[in-house]
Design a binder for this molecule. Structure first.
Ligand code: DGI
Ligand code: FE
Ligand code: FE
Ligand code: FE
Length: 185
C-alpha cells in the first residue's frame, strides 16, 4: 500500500494531534531503517498504522482481546496497552495488511517483547523519539539512537519502567521481558 492511501485511512481513525505524532513516527522510522538497514517501506507502513486503534472504545478493545484469544492478562493492566495488539488485529482485518512483520511491529510497539526484530525495535524507538515528543530523557535516547539502536532501546524501556513505577503503576510483564532480554545479551 502506498503512503498517501495509508495516511488517508489512518487519518480517519485518530485525532489531529495523534496524526501529527504519526507523521513524526513515520519520518523517524524511515530514517532509522536507512541507518540500521531495515526495509524502509515496512518501517513506513508500520509507523503509519502503529496507533490505528488508539481511540477505539475500551469495551470494543476488551471484546477483541477476549474473542481473538489475546493474553487476558492485558485486561488487568492499563488499557493504554490494548491499542497495540488490537491495532495489529484491526489493521489486518479492516485495512487488509497481511505482512506479519508489519503486524508484529504494530502489535509490540507499546510493550516490546523478548527477541524483538529489527523492525519492531525501530518502531518502538521511533514512537519514543519522534520530534513531537518532549519528555525528560528523550534527548538522551535521541542521541543514543544515532550510535546504537539497542542502547537507545534499553534506555527508552528503562525510562518507561521507571516512569510507571514512580507513579505506582503496574508494569506489564512483557515490558520487563523486553528490558531483561536487551540487558542480558
Ligand atoms: O500510543 P503512544 O502514546 O504513542 O505510545 P505507546 O503506545 O508506546 O504507550 C502508550 C502508553 O502505555 C504510555 O502512556 C505508557 C503505557 N505503558 C507502556 N508500557 C506499559 C504501560 N503501561 C503499563 N501499565 N504497563 C506497561 O508495561
Ligand atoms: Fe501507541
Ligand atoms: Fe512507545
Ligand atoms: Fe505512538
Amino acid at each position: 500500500m502506498e503512503r498517501t492511501e495509508a495516511l488517508e485511512i489512518v487519518k480517519k481513525q485518530i485525532t489531529k494531534h495523534r496524526y501529527e505524532h504519526t507523521l513524526g513516527v513515520m519520518e523517524t522510522a524511515i530514517s532509522l531503517a536507512q541507518q540500521y538497514g531495515a526495509d524502509e517501506k515496512k518501517a513506513e507502513l508500520s509507523a503509519i498504522f502503529h496507533d490505528y486503534a488508539k481511540f477505539r472504545p475500551k469495551d470494543e478493545m476488551e471484546n477483541i482481546i477476549v474473542r481473538e484469544k489475546m493474553p487476558e492478562l492485558l485486561l488487568k493492566f492499563n488499557s493504554e496497552l490494548w491499542h497495540a495488539p488490537v491495532g495489529a488485529f484491526l489493521v489486518k482485518t479492516e485495512v487488509g495488511i497481511q505482512d506479519e512483520e508489519v503486524l508484529d511491529a504494530i502489535k509490540y510497539h507499546t510493550s516490546g517483547r523478548a527477541q524483538m526484530t529489527l523492525l519492531e525495535k525501530i518502531i518502538y524507538l521511533a514512537d519514543y523519539i519522534e520530534p513531537g515528543r518532549h519528555f525528560p530523557g528523550v534527548e538522551e535516547v535521541r542521541a543514543l539512537a544515532e550510535k546504537d539502536l539497542n542502547e537507545a532501546l534499553i534506555k527508552a524501556v528503562q525510562n518507561t519502567i521507571l516512569f510507571l513505577m514512580k507513579k505506582n503503576q503496574p508494569v506489564y510483564p512483557e515490558t520487563f521481558n523486553t528490558y531483561n532480554d536487551l540487558v542480558i545479551k
